[in-house]
Design a protein around this ligand. Structure first.
Ligand SMILES: [Cu+2]
Length: 483
């Protein structure tokens, strides 16, 4: 009672202007046209990591660090290729920091994986060449230098890496203008209108959160659509946010794929939760909607599991941005053209054979801990040249991640796609967006999650780490070698 009374008084004491500012309806806000980044085949193309000024909204410029073939754009170019093709890319680092690109979700030779020890200096170049082994899916790339991944990805060093294959072609999924990349980011502004990245003490533990939503580098975007079925390739490229993606209309979406490509069958969902690094391949249906209809892709509100422990008061002192679980408008769709088409008919999706637990030669345990201003795996912070685990080439193993900390950890493995076997503690369930092949899995406080993978594509040194970029840069990362 006392607490409720206190909160009531506080609200009443807020200046009227502050209350009003929080109640501006979506319609009143000016939204910027979404940009669709240009697509390139990885056939020797030079990609430059570069600091440049570009429009992030009509009439509003800001400095971004991004990956470009030359033109100033607010987000990285999209790479598109096919399974079985070969990829070659020349990365040129024109940033004022060391950098290197990692192809998130791809199985590539050690030299092409973008391990932080391979980071190059300003003005240097790095040549990547690898066969495209992965099946069709929504993969992505981002920079991966040690201690600076958070800031670089936050400032724009990321883009989509799309792979198509014959199995996927046969499904007749929406394509061309009906296929939309949705790279989710967020920023805060400093007094001069530039992006600020300055995590305070609490944010070095929980994570860094923006005050403004960006999609494909555009702040608060809108996109015109036909009254038809669309495919959204959603990548959570925020530093730390767990998005609960849903539609403002309450309509269901069809989840067709996750990190490592198509699910064994489409699933109707009310929402999909994506931690940093995770992807969702979604069908959203605007058919039958009248011209002028608006649909918002939202981050639906939820209660983060650690809110009770940290509180919203003293614990967040000095922190900014929208707290985890805040309701956010991400991307507005406006139906501007009525079309009548035969609807998409779901055909059988390619099957995925489960990896049997019995085929695992061993189980490894990993304790993902954030405590006393440190982020560790099995009590150790990352060291560039220490090999923490050695996996025999060809082995199938179960990796068990437990989280005794107060903060969620989206755990990512380089090189392999895995299957999620179980979750005990916490939410104690697996979710529709955790089927099929995954490379990043969310481990909430109190949870233990088991995944199974076969390490049979390349030998060499790879990484396992938390993909909350603040945790990763803070040391929650380890080397493993496939030998
Ligand atoms: Cu983490």
């Amino acid at each position: 009672m006392r607490r409720r009374h206190f909160l009531g008084l506080t609200a009443a004491a807020l200046p009227a202007a502050a209350l009003l500012r929080n109640r501006i309806p979506v319609e009143a806000a000016e939204r910027a046209p979404l940009i669709i980044p240009p697509e390139f085949k990885p056939n020797g193309k030079r990609l430059v990591g570069k600091e440049l000024r570009t429009e992030i909204a009509p009439g509003r410029q800001a400095t971004v660090w991004t990956v470009t073939t030359g033109e100033p754009r607010p987000t990285g170019v999209t790479i598109r290729t096919r399974t079985g093709d070969s990829a070659s890319v020349l990365f040129q680092n024109d940033l004022r920091q060391t950098s290197i690109l990692h192809w998130h979700g791809l199985s590539v030779p050690e030299k092409a994986d973008g391990h932080p020890r391979l980071a190059i200096g300003t003005g240097e170049q790095y040549r990547y060449a690898f066969p495209v082994k992965n099946r069709a899916g929504t993969y992505w790339y981002h920079s991966h230098p040690h201690h600076m991944t958070g800031e670089q990805v936050y400032r724009g060093m990321a883009g989509l890496f799309l792979i198509n294959d014959a199995d996927e072609d046969a499904l007749g999924l929406p394509r061309g203008a009906r296929e939309i990349p949705v790279l989710l980011g967020e920023r805060r502004f400093d007094a001069s209108g530039e992006f600020a990245f300055n995590p305070v003490m609490h944010e070095r533990m929980e994570g860094f959160f923006g005050s403004d939503v960006f999609v494909n580098g555009i702040k608060d975007p809108t996109h015109n659509v036909d009254s038809a079925l669309y495919r959204l390739r959603v990548v959570n490229a925020t530093p730390s946010r767990i998005h609960r993606l849903g539609l403002s209309t309450g309509a269901q979406m069809t989840l067709i794929g996750v990190d490592g490509g198509l699910l064994p069958a489409p699933i109707r969902v009310d929402y999909v939760e994506l931690g940093t690094g995770e992807r969702a391949d979604l069908l959203v249906d605007f058919s039958g909607m009248a011209v002028g209809s608006k649909v918002m892709l939202k981050s639906l509100p939820y209660k983060p599991p650690y809110a009770m422990a940290m509180g919203m008061g003293m614990g967040r002192m000095g922190a900014g941005g929208n707290p985890q679980g805040t309701e956010l408008d991400l991307l507005e769709f406006v139906v501007t053209k009525a079309v009548t088409e035969r609807g998409w008919a779901a055909r059988p999706f390619p099957a995925i054979a489960p990896i049997a637990s019995a085929t695992a030669s061993r189980t490894r345990e990993f304790v993902m801990q954030s405590a006393m201003m440190q982020h560790t795996i099995n009590g150790k912070a990352f060291e560039m040249d220490r090999i923490d685990e050695v996996v025999p080439f060809g082995a199938t193993e179960i990796w068990r991640f437990s989280n005794p900390s107060q903060f969620p950890h989206p755990v990512h493995l380089h090189e392999v796609q895995f299957q999620v076997l179980s979750r005990t503690g916490g939410r104690a369930a697996l979710f529709p967006w955790e089927g099929g092949w995954k490379d990043t899995v969310m481990v909430y406080p109190g949870e233990t999650v088991e995944v199974i993978a076969t390490f049979d594509q390349h030998r060499g040194r790879y990484l396992m780490h938390c993909h909350n970029l603040v945790h990763e840069d803070g040391g929650m990362m380890m080397n493993y070698e496939i030998k």
